[in-house]
Design a protein around this ligand. Structure first.
Ligand code: ADP
Length: 293
């Protein structure tokens, strides 16, 4: 659950200020990605964990209302629902503290018990806001069953080569690509270099998201820039998440990777054109209409 405070400026240490506005806003990368895919028509099951508190029951209700299966989201007896405390200054600068809470409770042993659920999936999507050992185990399970894996490596951190070698689609933004590859990424050329390093580690397809510029696909067949859709950016929150959810939905519905990326770029563009995380995620007719015009 995102707790968003708007203020003219952030307080200094020891200082108390009067802020301008406060809002609770459902979010979290996993939830955003699941809702993005569901709104585009995918059948989605979510695996995760919330606390036994009001944020937990609200998040479950919101996710359920999107038609997402929630029976594999566990409710922790001891940990609180994961939250992000977000302070946004007048000039748009933000400061974010994430407290993972129940998210970190789902363990490698827990996910092993859910292997039969993973086995039924056409594709799985993961990000890095949960326990890393659990996430590595989930990747290994899906890989063992030959199920395609989208790994959105956010928040950025270095990953073991063994995990990378099992990933079908790795979707870093430029910063994440740089951290994963151990270099600076600040252009299409450096994004391609980083992607090549990651391909050498065994990733099948590296998809670097480039904000308004779109995405760069690098795989054994070569490099392809899939251009973005120009929009007036209102709020870039959930751009990457909407992109990943859309990519998953498109691949499951049988689209080619390039078609899927073009569509996912359109979804990312629509998400930056609206405020908020989940409230900004588009439905299928809106995306089809946007691509046509
Ligand atoms: P993240 O939000 O994870 O940092 P990006 O900023 O690269 O990731 O955005 C993800 C995708 O969303 C991009 O590949 C693009 O398709 C779309 N997107 C992001 N920002 C814009 C923008 N300003 N205009 C159009 N599309 C955008």
């Amino acid at each position: 659950m995102d707790m968003v405070v708007r203020t003219n400026r952030a307080p200094n240490a020891g200082e108390t200020l009067m802020g301008q506005a406060f809002a609770l806003s459902p979010g979290g990368k996993g939830a955003n990605q699941a809702v993005a895919a569901a709104r585009l028509g995918a059948e989605v099951s979510m695996i995760g964990s919330v606390g036994k508190d009001t944020f937990g029951s609200e998040m479950l209700e919101i996710i359920k209302q999107e038609g997402i299966h929630i029976e594999h989201i566990s409710v922790s007896e001891t940990e609180a629902t994961g939250v992000a405390s977000i302070v946004i200054e007048e000039d748009g600068e933000n400061r974010i503290i994430v407290v993972s809470g129940a998210n970190m409770e789902l363990s490698a042993e827990d996910i092993q018990m859910l292997a039969p659920v993973i086995q039924q999936a056409k594709l799985i999507v993961l990000q890095l806001e949960m326990d890393l050992a659990m996430t590595e185990q989930a990747v290994a399970i899906a890989h063992g069953y030959g199920i395609p894996i989208i790994l959105n490596p956010a928040p950025a951190r270095r990953l073991k080569d063994e995990m990378l070698s099992q990933v079908t689609y790795l979707t870093p933004n430029e910063t994440e690509a740089g951290i994963l590859a151990g270099m600076t990424v600040d252009s299409i050329e450096t994004a391609e270099q980083a992607a090549r390093i990651l391909l050498q580690k065994g990733v099948k397809n590296v998809i670097v998201t480039l904000g308004a510029k779109g995405t760069l696909l690098v795989n054994a067949e070569g490099t392809k820039l899939v251009p973005g859709f120009p929009v007036k950016a209102i709020d870039t929150v959930a751009a990457g998440d909407s992109f990943n959810g859309a990519l998953a939905q498109q691949l499951v519905s049988g689209k080619s990777l390039e078609e899927a990326l073009r569509f996912a770029n359109a979804v990312g563009a629509l998400a930056v054109g609206k405020a908020g995380a989940i409230p900004s995620l588009p439905y299928l007719p809106e995306v089809e209409n946007f691509i046509k015009h």
